[in-house]
Write a protein that binds this ligand. Sequence first.
Ligand code: HEM
Length: 392
Amino acid sequence: MSEENSLDRVFAEYDHRDHESVYNPWPRWKKLQSGPALTYSEKYDGFHVASRYNEVCEIARDPQIFSSHLKQTTIPTLVTPPFPPINYDPPDHLFYRVILNPFFTPGKVAAHEAMVRSMAAKYIEPLLASDGFDVPTQLGIPLTREVILKLMGIADCPAEVNKWADDLIFLYEPEKAAANLMGFLAAEVAKRRANPGDDVMSGLVTAEVRGRSLDDSEILRMSLLLLLAGLDTTNSAISGSIWYFVQHPEARKELLAADDTTWRLAMDELVRWVSPAPAQARTARNDTAVGGCPMKEGEMVMLLFGAANRDATEFPDPDSVVLNRFPNRHLGFGMGPHRCLGSHLAKLELQIVLQALLPSLDQFELSDPNAVVWEGASVRGIRALPLTRKKK
Ligand code: HEM
């Protein structure tokens, strides 16, 4: 097969959920970037793929043409109700963001620092005293769950919440999982209506913007998104960063010796490098073109934030972690109106975990590189990362 034909096959067979995408997405992302502005995959009834930095930004910044609402933002499309704000376009999108933004500003998030630090210490101290531990299941997943539940004011939650979240995000049983999660959250909404507090869910219950308050369905769907968006992505950033530092002891030392500015820059750089949410989608509202490549009304395009984050035209030495990389206009948290609501919270959690764990991480090593388990769809992350205490 000629090189051109084999590239055409790579484009046509691109699947962000297959083994290669989940375990080693980078070589194929580079091939996609060597093609036209949009390539076309035949999977999942067909979709366009934008993999280069400039085109991904162009689409993400233009919700008038590239809708998050028409077919939502995952491929394959979910048969779930739209979640505000991520599945809404302007002007509805802004209505929901105006309600949510005040809870996640840098100042509001900084006020949670002591709480997150003490939660992280509760998990990390016993792990560091042990002979080995699994990073996502014993730290990343339970910590991120505890933080978001606390902010939402949820005191008790069913043990199955993470399984339901996985079933929805990784598309195993999305409709059933969404129904289970909404059932559990409906009881929480009723409690807040009866007795509002100062948590985020109470804020949704009492919010009034432009003379309108939220109905129960809106509150439920917003709460479900908050719960999901904060779980797998942040675990991926935490576990993916620990995976990096276990393999790069010199970078671990460099970060431990770094000043506050470098720490701040490093959190963004790690999110760029890990790219926990690499593949979000949009639908063309009308016939259009991107970089000269036509798209028809109703067709979907995948924004490969993960590939764009490794685009050498924007990021010199894109595959390396450069702890003090600046400027760093990465797309790990997206771009445009839908840019991540929880970015400050996620970076706070990541920094707190690394500050607590890195000083002792040199006492541990990967138990077995083959035991690291990745999982992926529109979110990509580590499900198992076993570490063992080094023999003296
Ligand atoms: C490292 C962790 C995280 C990463 C990598 C991440 C990534 C992203 C990305 C790429 C988007 C844009 C999606 C799109 O354009 O379609 C997004 C949106 C969003 N994220 Fe995050 N996220 C993280 C953590 C969080 C946390 C902790 C929360 C909890 C509040 C959160 C809440 C949201 C919400 C509500 C949106 C939708 C915003 C909108 O549509 O206006 N995220 N996130």
